[in-house]
Design a protein around this ligand. Structure first.
Ligand SMILES: C[S@@+](CC[C@H](N)C(=O)[O-])C[C@H]1O[C@@H](n2cnc3c(N)ncnc32)[C@H](O)[C@@H]1O
Length: 250
């Protein structure tokens, strides 16, 4: 699963026994050589879908890590792109490797997604590969935060995979991972919250609507369809209701 440049088993074990924030600080220099970075195929498919919906002016990559989604935003935002993450280590790698010779301007902000340090200044928020770090009970607060940083009419967009079926080996692999995490979090402090199976389409849709979004989704055609004909991967697009426009970011 890991390239020769990726973390050793020992390094992964130390990271997994840390808090989420510190674990990512430790992993940051090797993160892009792990399967935890969002694959280019997903980034490219989302970039193409966003290009059809845009252009946008000010974009935010929530839980940006080393900047996989920040780079996508550079292709669809005209004025500014901001990456926010609570790991200083991940932000440092992102700052080093994502092109910053704008436009758009690129900024990196250390902050917690559950208490975002912005006003309603963005017209696009994206997030990749990070929702497993939030417990289902945290979704209402997280979505309210995202709603609060969008301008009226602004969009929150993210890819979401179809639920896996028990016939798929991935179903059992992720169930095993989540079970191991639950055992780890019962026995060890600080917790490392990362559950692959907790972010479910129906719950997500309901909580987005409750937070005030109008929700739609579209198939990402590159990933094809499953045996029941439904898309294997979709782009969820949640739109903040329109109203008076707000100020731009500095
Ligand atoms: C699996 S990485 C994904 C990084 C990047 N988005 C990607 O797709 O490659 C998850 C990221 O979420 C960040 N993260 C997790 N919980 C967070 C929180 N509450 N606030 C801000 N960042 C958070 C971690 O620090 C980490 O950089």
């Amino acid at each position: 699963m890991f390239s020769p440049h990726g973390p050793t088993l020992r390094e992964l074990a130390v990271q997994a026994l840390s808090s989420v924030e510190h674990g990512y600080d430790l992993l940051a220099p090797k993160f892009d050589h792990t399967p935890f970075r969002t694959p280019d195929a997903v980034l490219d498919a989302v970039a193409a879908a966003l290009a059809d919906m845009g252009p946008f002016d000010h974009g935010l990559d929530l839980c940006c890590g080393t900047g996989a989604g920040t780079d996508v935003l550079r292709t669809v935002c005209r004025e500014s792109v901001t990456g926010v993450d609570f790991s200083a280590g991940m932000l440092a790698v992102g700052r080093e490797q994502v092109r910053s010779d704008g436009p758009p301007r690129v900024a990196w902000v250390r902050g917690d997604a559950r208490a975002l340090p912005f006003g309603p200044v963005f017209d696009l928020v994206v997030s990749f590969g990070a929702f497993g770090h939030f417990l289902p009970g945290e979704l209402p607060g997280l979505f309210t935060q995202i709603h609060s940083v969008l301008r009226p009419g602004g969009r929150f967009a993210f890819p979401i995979g179809a639920p896996l079926r028990p016939a798929s080996p991935w179903y059992w692999a992720l169930l095993g991972f989540d079970t191991a995490m639950r055992v780890r979090n019962t026995l060890w402090r600080p917790p490392f919250v990362m559950y692959y199976r907790a972010f479910r389409f129906g719950d997500v849709r309901r909580e987005l609507t409750r937070a005030g979004f109008t929700v739609e989704h579209r198939a990402l055609p590159d990933f094809g369809r499953g045996p029941d004909g439904s898309p294997r991967c979709r782009l969820m697009v949640a739109t903040r209701g329109s109203g008076a426009p707000q100020a731009s970011p500095a």
